[in-house]
Design a protein around this ligand. Structure first.
Ligand SMILES: CC(C)(COP(=O)(O)OP(=O)(O)OC[C@H]1O[C@@H](n2cnc3c(N)ncnc32)[C@H](O)[C@@H]1OP(=O)(O)O)[C@@H](O)C(=O)NCCC(=O)NCCS
Length: 263
C-alpha cells in the first residue's frame, strides 16, 4: 500500500470525521472522499509519471485537451480513483478493470467497490463506497439567475429567492448545484435525469440536505454538501444513511509514490 496521509488542514468541513481507519466496513456510515488539492500546480514530471500509469483510453482523452490543467485533472482523476479504491479495499490497485454505463458512468468490473470522480478548479475528488455513489465539486464563480431558472426546480428557486445577501446567494447557488450533480451522478444518469424532477434542499449549515423527488421512479438517497476552501464546494450522494463525510486530503507526492510502488 502507498504511504497514506490524511492531512485535513484547510478543509472547512461540516461533520468531518477525523479518524483515519480502513474504510472497508459495509456498516460504516461515514462516506470517504479522497481529495487531491492544487492539481493545477502539479509539476510536469509528476504528471508524466501519472500518465504512464493510466489506461490508454484516459491517455487519449487527456491528449485531446488544449489546456494543461484539463489534462492534469483528467489523468489525476483516474490515478486518484485507483488510489482511493486501493485504500478503501485494502488491496493495492484492486482489480482495476472498468466499464461504463450507457450514460458514461465508470464502474469496476470485478469488485463490489463503487467510486465516482469529480474535478473542478484546483480539486480532484474521488468518493468511494460499498454502494453506488456520486460526488461533485465546483468552483464558486459568479451566479447566474438564468442558470437557476433553467436548471433548478421550483423549491430550489424559491429557496434561492429568499436569500438577499449576495455572498449567501452565491454559497446557496453552488450548494444547490453540487447537490443536484451529486444525485444525478450517484444514480448514474447524468443530465439524462431531468433536473426539475427532484430538489435537493440544504438544511442549515452542518452539511445536511433533504431530497424531494417529483418522479416516483427516482430512488431515495442521502445527500450532503461540504466546503473545501473559499472557492470550492462539493457534495456527495449515496444510498444508505450517512452519519458524516470524511475528506481525506491526498498530497500529489502520495499519488507519485502509489504509481511507482515506492513506500
Ligand atoms: C457528465 C456529468 C455526469 C458530470 O459532469 P461535470 O460536473 O462537468 O464533471 P465532473 O468533474 O463532476 O465529473 C466528471 C466525471 O464523472 C464521471 N461520469 C461520467 N459520466 C457519468 C455519469 N453518467 N454518472 C456519474 N458519473 C459520471 C466520470 O468519471 C467523469 O470523469 P472524466 O470526465 O475524467 O471522465 C453530467 O452531470 C454533466 O454533464 N453535467 C454538466 C453540468 C451541468 O450543466 N449541471 C447542471 C446544474 S445542476
Amino acid at each position: 500500500m502507498p504511504r497514506s496521509n490524511s492531512n485535513r488542514s484547510g478543509i472547512d468541513m461540516a461533520d468531518a470525521d477525523t479518524t483515519d481507519e480502513k474504510c472497508e466496513s459495509p456498516q460504516n456510515l461515514t462516506v470517504r472522499i479522497f481529495a487531491l488539492p492544487d492539481v493545477t500546480t502539479m509539476r510536469e514530471e509528476e504528471y508524466l509519471l501519472l500518465l504512464d500509469f493510466v489506461t490508454d483510453e484516459c491517455r487519449q482523452r487527456a491528449a485531446r485537451f488544449i489546456r494543461h490543467e484539463d489534462r492534469y485533472r483528467c489523468v489525476a482523476g483516474e490515478v486518484l480513483a485507483r488510489y482511493a479504491v486501493s485504500r478503501f479495499s485494502g488491496q493495492r490497485d484492486a482489480s482495476w478493470r472498468t466499464g461504463k454505463n450507457k450514460f458514461g458512468k465508470p464502474y469496476l468490473l470485478e469488485s463490489p467497490v463503487h467510486f465516482n470522480v469529480s474535478h473542478s478548479g484546483k480539486w480532484v475528488l474521488c468518493a468511494v463506497d460499498h454502494t453506488e455513489i456520486g460526488v461533485d465539486v465546483e468552483v464558486r464563480r459568479r451566479t447566474d439567475p438564468a442558470v437557476a431558472e433553467r436548471f433548478f426546480s421550483t423549491p430550489e428557486r424559491h429557496m434561492l429567492a429568499a436569500v438577499n445577501v449576495p455572498e449567501e446567494t452565491r454559497s446557496l447557488f453552488f450548494r444547490l448545484w453540487v447537490l443536484k450533480e451529486s444525485y444525478i451522478k450517484a444514480i448514474g444518469r447524468g443530465l439524462d435525469c431531468p433536473l426539475d424532477s427532484f430538489a435537493c434542499l440544504p438544511d442549515g449549515t452542518d452539511g445536511a440536505a433533504g431530497l424531494v423527488r417529483f418522479d416516483d421512479t427516482l430512488p431515495e438517497a442521502a445527500v450532503r454538501w461540504f466546503t473545501l476552501d473559499k472557492e470550492h464546494c462539493g457534495a456527495v450522494c449515496c444510498f444508505h444513511a450517512v452519519e458524516g463525510v470524511e475528506i481525506i486530503t491526498v498530497p500529489a507526492d502520495d499519488l507519485s509514490a502509489f504509481v511507482t510502488g515506492k513506500p
